[in-house]
Design a protein around this ligand. Structure first.
Ligand code: G6P
Length: 369
């Protein structure tokens, strides 16, 4: 067991640290910045299906569903294709409208989640083209889909998903860029710029992993909180959901993720001096709006832990703690903003003495419906 953990105390920590390599493994051979190309056989062979799609429906559960939400923002922004993201369990039981002109993307780390598998079968029976994004090679979902792209994250043992999430986002980014180029919704220069920036992401994550001590200090301050709120906007709204999920999964602290602007429609009532609020406030994507959300929290005495872009001054002045991420394109920030939240949940759970790799009541793969 110790050998398998590669010197780390837990699989989850090992897997968090494996992310730079996992992302490289996922884009290697697919993303060719020098040629200005993305090659993905599952897309290349079925390009017309994607280009002629009325819409894309993404189906998944849990963390994979959060990756799907990031995918919605990416696909709509870059490739201008309408996207809906559905929980597999809701989709399959609500008599959904699916036509042969729909493309379904099913996302699953294990490739064995029962509801996702059943939703795929339903979509196929209605004539939709179904594309899979799975981590486990040869899994049921990989076999059941018409085409797909594997994430090359390697085995993920920790029940709380980490590297599967960032590699799923990597694949979704590649697909979005590829379709944007094919549709002409992105200029060639922007496309090439994105490939260059994507290539810098693993080193940036490597750098972020070095702030572990700082995250640990923050974890020590808030580990006894009963409730936490995670806020983000745009591309980082799904990251807020995922941050909250990571915390509740392994530390059993109640946490909720919310789009920052929705705070006013409910969660603001909960804010007092005992409430830690994690806010993604990177300098792109409605920065001023997020700053005003932070001021609203501050005036209600909430504790603010903000994820900001390196060199930020405005948020630093009002937040109780800041965690800096390196600069990148807004659409790529989820790959970075996610990392401190993973580390934070990990440290809180360890400090509380919880079983990090096998949290109570949870399974790595839910094969019952
Ligand atoms: C379980 C796991 C989660 C995972 C979800 C979906 O709930 O504990 O980590 O995100 O299933 O699993 P999948 O293998 O389909 O991505």
């Amino acid at each position: 067991d110790q050998i398998e953990k590669g010197g780390y105390d837990h699989f989850m920590l090992k897997e968090i640290h494996e992310q730079p390599k996992a992302i490289i493994d996922t884009y290697r051979g697919r993303m060719l910045p020098n040629e200005g190309l993305i090659k993905m056989s599952g897309i290349d062979d079925n390009l017309n299906k994607f280009l002629n799609a009325n819409r894309i429906i993404i189906i998944a559960c849990g963390t994979s569903w959060h990756a799907g939400l990031v995918g919605e923002y990416l696909l709509e922004d870059m490739a201008r294709i309408p996207v809906e993201v559905e929980y597999a369990s809701e989709f399959r039981y609500r008599n959904p409208i699916i036509t042969p002109n729909d493309v379904v993307i099913a996302i699953s780390q294990s490739g064995e989640t029962a509801d996702t598998l059943a939703a795929i079968k339903l979509a196929k029976s209605k004539g939709a083209f179904v594309f899979g994004i799975c981590n486990v090679v040869g899994s049921s979902i990989a076999r059941e889909t018409h085409a797909g792209a594997y994430t090359h994250a390697g085995p993920e043992i920790g029940v709380a998903s980490t590297k599967a999430f960032t590699t799923q986002i990597t694949v979704l980014t590649l697909i979005s860029l590829k379709l944007a180029k094919a549709k002409g919704t992105m200029s060639d220069s922007a496309f090439r710029m994105y490939l260059q920036k994507m290539q810098l992401i693993p080193a940036k994550i490597e750098g972020l992993l070095k702030i572990d001590e700082k995250v640990k200090e923050i974890a020590a301050v808030y580990k006894d909180a009963k409730n936490c709120l995670y806020l983000g906007r745009g591309f980082n709204f799904p990251v807020a959901l995922e941050g909250a999920l990571k915390l509740k999964e392994i530390s059993y602290i109640h946490a909720e993720g919310y789009p920052a602007a929705e705070m006013k429609h409910g969660p603001i009532a909960l804010i007092d001096e005992n409430m830690p609020i994690f806010v993604i406030a990177t300098n792109k994507g409605h920065y001023e709006k997020v700053v005003s959300n932070i001021q609203e929290i501050k005036s209600r005495s909430g504790k603010i832990i903000a994820i900001v872009t390196e060199g930020d001054v405005q948020v630093r002045e009002i937040a109780d703690h800041v965690i800096e991420i390196p600069e990148t394109e807004e659409a790529l920030t989820p790959l970075l903003t996610t990392i401190p939240f993973q580390l934070l949940s990990y440290h809180v759970a360890v400090m509380l003495g919880k079983n990090v790799d096998q949290p109570r009541n949870l399974a790595k793969s839910v094969t019952v419906e």
